[in-house]
Ligand binder design. Sequence first.
Ligand SMILES: Nc1ncnc2c1ncn2[C@@H]1O[C@H](COP(=O)(O)OP(=O)(O)OP(=O)(O)O)[C@@H](O)[C@H]1O
Ligand SMILES: [Mg+2]
Length: 298
Amino acid sequence: MTDAIPEPRGAEARPVLTVEDLTVVYEVDEPVTAVRGADLVLHRGEILGLAGESGCGKTTLAYAVNRLHRPPARIASGRITFHDRSGDDIDILALEDAELRAFRWEKLSMVFQGAMNALNPVATVRAQLRDTLLAHRPGMSKGAIRARSREVLERVGVDPARLGSYPHELSGGMRQRVMIAMAMLLEPQIMVMDEPTTALDVVVQRDILREIVRLRDELDFAVVFITHDLPLLLEISDRIAVMLEGEIVEFEAADRLYREARHPYTRRLLGSFPSLSGTRGAFIRDGGEPSETTEEQV
Ligand SMILES: Nc1ncnc2c1ncn2[C@@H]1O[C@H](COP(=O)(O)OP(=O)(O)OP(=O)(O)O)[C@@H](O)[C@H]1O
Ligand SMILES: [Mg+2]
């Protein structure tokens, strides 16, 4: 293993999303600036980890990027640009409502925090996938809907026989997989995942993370993966942004962050977890083979 900083995937990094100087304020009696002057660039096909303790503004940032924020949240300043595969740049903050509805799921989809409880309890998996497809592709044939629904479930490791199931008939892990299937249904270029595995047990969490990394490799979408769990992010991310009280205080390649975090807060987060194996990134990135980066070498 070399000491080289991992380059973003691909020979040259091409941005798919640029966030510039984003500030989000909750206009309550004593206004809360939950995101303060955030700058981020997401590259095509990369996994960008967004870490930071509870309440630092991760979900607020993710909602703002999707324009899903609702009052009292207000975007006080900033610019969010989606760089489409076609070469067009889309100013997300300037989209009209109809354009925004078309944009979400098609170009950028989100798996919400607590998403496994976000499925409609009275609709089958089949109906929920179908409704999302038809909302965006009104002319889609029944056969094509069936084929696509089966395909996305298979991709996330759920037996298509589950199409007829209601959410309460599925385990938490399966529900979460269905949410991820839903998010990839329209082949978006970006998937934002807010704590997608936090509520799951460790084994299921590992399986799903492996799946996400594999899907990213196969389908080449970019992922913003949000969690307070920095060690987990070190395993799956290409680059990591660390948030503290609304600000991004560090934004670095994952390997470099692990070796030479600059901000004292990041060092504290890194220092605050015991390493069982002494390795970083071994479990998921290398399919279980231990990497050669041991703590002694760091
Ligand atoms: N509706 C609201 N009204 C006022 N303040 C809010 C509201 N929602 C969130 N906040 C505040 O904004 C800040 C950021 O919250 P946010 O949910 O974005 O944090 P987070 O990093 O996602 O936390 P967690 O890890 O717990 O999910 C917090 O201080 C929170 O109290
Ligand atoms: Mg959150």
